[in-house]
Design a protein around this ligand. Structure first.
Ligand SMILES: C[S@@+](CC[C@H](N)C(=O)[O-])C[C@H]1O[C@@H](n2cnc3c(N)ncnc32)[C@H](O)[C@@H]1O
Length: 208
């Protein structure tokens, strides 16, 4: 594989990530941490930022497009702007912000696929229509696997502890199976009729 320097290897907007991560620890309503208390839980904001920065190329990896350091730094600051929006708790379900991050990930992935087109296993490893999967073998309560799933990657989690496995099932395995489906409880279905509400993502399960 032809290596490309990733953003995380060069710089991160740490102040914004730290601020969002610290703030997240004090927010309880609607937070996955209310499912079950767990030790060493990582903040979702930090998980989201590091996964994004591992998937996106650093601008210095593209001298053909950005030949000067000044141009590279300008582009890096633009990517920092994407991260700064991405880590905010309020943007956790903001489809516009998340889609912007997904688009950046896809762009870097397509460069990687193009550069590795001659790899003997290119068809399997560098498919420009399929992002690489993510696996956290020590997932705990799944902060790490949840965030790549939000960013469009297929996510896998495993853990020695069956409680962690159960929580990961509830967080990352079951909700996608019911994505976009209405709730089963009649009150919420009635509400939909009144408001002509469409059920996006896990909203239906949330109502239940
Ligand atoms: C520090 S916690 C992970 C916390 C997680 N990153 C989070 O944000 O919630 C480490 C996890 O590793 C698991 N673990 C320890 N040894 C393991 C092993 N040999 N195989 C699989 N999981 C293991 C523990 O059960 C624990 O859930």
């Amino acid at each position: 594989m032809i290596p490309k320097k990733k953003l995380i290897e060069v710089a991160l907007p740490l102040e914004a990530i730290n601020k969002a991560a610290a703030r997240e620890k004090s927010i309880r309503h609607g937070h996955p941490s209310t499912l079950h208390l767990w030790w060493a839980r990582r903040p979702l904001a930090a998980a989201r930022a590091v996964i994004f920065a591992q998937m996106v190329d650093d601008p210095s990896a593209h001298p053909e497009l950005l030949p000067t350091e000044k141009e590279q730094e300008k582009e890096r600051q633009r990517l920092f702007g994407v991260i700064e929006e991405l880590v905010k708790w309020e943007n956790t379900t903001n489809e516009k912000v998340i889609q912007k991050a997904r688009d950046e990930i896809w762009q870097s992935w397509r460069y990687t696929c193009a550069e590795n087109a001659d790899h003997p296993r290119a068809k399997e490893l560098f498919n420009r229509h399929k992002l690489p999967a993510f696996h956290d073998p020590f997932a705990g309560v799944g902060a790490l696997p949840l965030e790549p799933q939000r960013l469009g990657l297929e996510s896998y989690a495993s853990d020695l502890n069956p409680v962690a496995v159960l929580i990961n099932k509830a967080m990352i395995e079951i909700p996608p199976k019911f994505a976009g489906m209405p709730p089963v409880n009649l009150d919420a279905q009635q509400q939909k009729k009144q408001m002509d509400k469409s059920w996006k993502g896990a909203q239906g399960r949330g109502e239940d």
